[in-house]
Ligand binder design. Structure first.
Ligand SMILES: NC(=O)c1ccc[n+]([C@@H]2O[C@H](COP(=O)([O-])OP(=O)(O)OC[C@H]3O[C@@H](n4cnc5c(N)ncnc54)[C@H](OP(=O)(O)O)[C@@H]3O)[C@@H](O)[C@H]2O)c1
Length: 284
């Protein structure tokens, strides 16, 4: 089944983020922080190895955010990979703050977004962010105000491409009327397909759909059909869950997250799995 290539994630093929091309199986760099995505990881040396290995395995798109740690994930990415390989695209996000380990609070005010972007540029050691995503709409700030701020910062040369996250189709349409949008990042996995309408809108617009929780944070691996097909194909449930996402849509760009070298290798190899139509039907 597997070709055992040096960069297995490349077997997923590629997708576009604006004028950038990335392998269609990315890496979610949220889990490289401490417990609750708060503070430092247990072992910074291993964590840096995971980040470097993720690139070596063919993940040319990394997803992070200023709120992961906070600041820890971005800092570790720069420590592990700066100066960055030419084909590595880093997408980060702003618009959520962390008053405490259990809190994720939307903050889409223009002054906050400007400061957040400057912080990400500094930590990532970049002059321009390839993909800057609004992490979530702020219910207390007009969505158009947050998006206009990102468009202004793009005009100022600090952002190459704009993405949005945790949005409805209506918000996607509103965002697209303000600035070119190259990606949407919403929760989506084999066990939670609530945002099919957003996926369809991305397909129609020809922009990337980046499903967060591609493994359902572990839940998708426990589904009976996933386990059954994994046993039949002699692969792991995580690989089936990722192969299903890749088969689901050509605009799908999954970003599985892990702090484990073993899981990292397993997830990258999922790109080499081709599900049969019958398998996909069984999973649907
Ligand atoms: N936009 C948003 O609002 C938002 C929200 C959440 C996440 N995200 C992004 O989406 C990315 C992915 O989400 P996620 O990391 O929360 O969830 P996920 O990828 O669905 O699952 C990650 C969890 O599954 C485990 N895991 C990973 N590979 C595995 C494997 N092969 N076998 C068994 N368990 C495995 C990981 O533990 P181990 O570390 O032990 O492998 C971790 O606990 C994040 O890294 C982040 O970049 C975005």
């Amino acid at each position: 089944m597997t070709a055992n290539t040096a960069r297995p994630a490349a077997a997923a093929g590629t997708t576009a983020l604006g004028d950038l091309t990335v392998n269609r199986l990315g890496f979610g760099a949220m889990r490289v922080c401490g417990a609750d995505i708060w503070g430092e990881p247990r072992d910074r040396v291993v964590t840096r190895q995971v980040l470097r290995r993720a690139y070596e395995l063919g993940h040319t798109f990394f997803d992070t955010a200023d709120s992961y740690g906070p600041h820890v994930s971005e800092t570790l990415i720069a420590e592990a990979l700066y100066p960055y390989p030419k084909d590595l695209v880093i997408g980060t996000k702003g618009g959520l703050v962390r008053p405490s380990p259990k809190e994720w609070v939307a903050c889409g005010r223009p002054d906050h977004l400007r400061r957040a972007l400057d912080g990400s540029l500094k930590r990532l050691k970049l002059e321009r962010i390839d993909l800057y995503q609004l992490h979530a709409p702020d219910p207390y700030v007009a969505f158009a105000e947050s998006m206009t701020t990102l468009a202004d910062m793009q005009r100022a040369g600090k952002i190459r491409h704009i993405g949005i996250s945790n949005v409805t189709v209506k918000q996607l349409n509103e965002a697209r009327s303000i600035a070119p949008i190259v990606s949407v990042q919403n929760q989506y996995n084999i066990e939670n397909r609530a945002d099919e309408d957003v996926l369809l809108a991305c397909e129609q617009a020809g922009i990337a759909f980046i499903p967060w929780y591609p493994l359902g944070a572990g839940k998708a691996l426990r589904a009976a059909s996933v386990k059954r097909i994994a046993a039949r194909l002699r692969v792991t449930p995580a690989q089936v869950a990722l192969a299903w996402l890749l088969a689901r849509s050509p605009v799908m760009l999954p970003i599985p997250g892990t702090a484990s070298l073993r899981h990292l290798a397993e997830n990258a190899a999922a790109a080499e799995i081709r599900l049969l139509e019958a398998d996909v039907a069984e999973l649907s």
